[in-house]
Design a protein around this ligand. Sequence first.
Ligand code: SF4
Length: 379
Amino acid sequence: MRMEATKVIEFERPLMEAGSSCVASAWARVPDAPSQDEKRELKEKIRRLLKEKNAVLVAHYYVDSDLQDLAEETGGCVSDSLEMARFGRDHEAKTLVVSGVKFMGETAKILSPEKTILMPDLDATCSLDLGCDAEEFAAFCDSHPDRTVVVYANTSAAVKARADWMVTSSVGLDIVAELHAQGKKILWAPDKHLGSYIQKQTGADMLLWQGSCLVHDEFKGVELEVLKEQYPLAKVLVHPESPAGVVALADVVGSTSQLIKAAVELDATQFIVATDNGILHKMQLAAPNKQFIVAPTAGNSATCKSCAHCPWMAMNGLRNLLQVLETGENQIQVDSETATKAKIAIDRMLDFAAAKNRRVQASGDLAKDGALFSGIGPA
Ligand code: SF4
């Protein structure tokens, strides 16, 4: 029998007053795992329908491993939000099935308005998106008109429409460094930890919105130190949405793609990983002889809200994926005025990232181009 559990999630919601927040609550509907027989049947039907409907599956590293495998074997992609956006835009399929959270579907629709964008569950959201209301954010921007507005990908289309730039964690640091070099002052939203990490690395003048990711916010520096003592040879890989005390213990700080790259390339056999545990599937496939350990989210006898796995990413399952392919339900729509404005901010980032890649390819000299990889490296 099909079962779904609805989980209530508490998260920190920033208030307009600088640095203040309240506790808000949201919910996630998490499906139970199908049996092995049902999985096989569901996957078979999904493979067939993807072909019949000229559709491609674009999945995030944090979703269920079955969805990741299915995306890869059917010619789709599994990646971070920057690559998901690029892949979806450039793929010839008429329908993109975005397996992730809502802002990823909206970004896909903004970049490919002529395509049908389906999502397994339209209620899959993000604490960063929930914590950055478009009207409150517009008022914040209006009160700081001298600042260039840079927003993280994890925001609604309406928030992106108010921004000058959208960035992902793989290029955010480079873009802010460039804006800082041009003498610009930044208004950053919504993730306070990522914003503060970028501020420290670049020295830019940044005013930060106080949002946070409920998964990364729970990693604990003190417990991580204890774990490091147990695994003294392990390298620590940290996503910069984590608190500063966790970032300070990192060997590598980077986006999901950058952390996977580091797991493959670094000369170590054990890694402690501070990001959503969905990423371990890809890390283990990419580096099968290495051991990956999830960083601690809470101390002894404490409870954790996410336990290192995003409850909204977990809303993506094989059953609801099949259902949207069968019915065409759960289409993402973004009104054209919002989409046109948001696209300017997204295109700026994509153009910047493409130019950066061209510079790297043109030189081929990694020592010379080291600074171009500034998103990855020692903390
Ligand atoms: S892991 Fe964090 S940032 Fe990513 S979707 Fe979930 S709540 Fe948002």
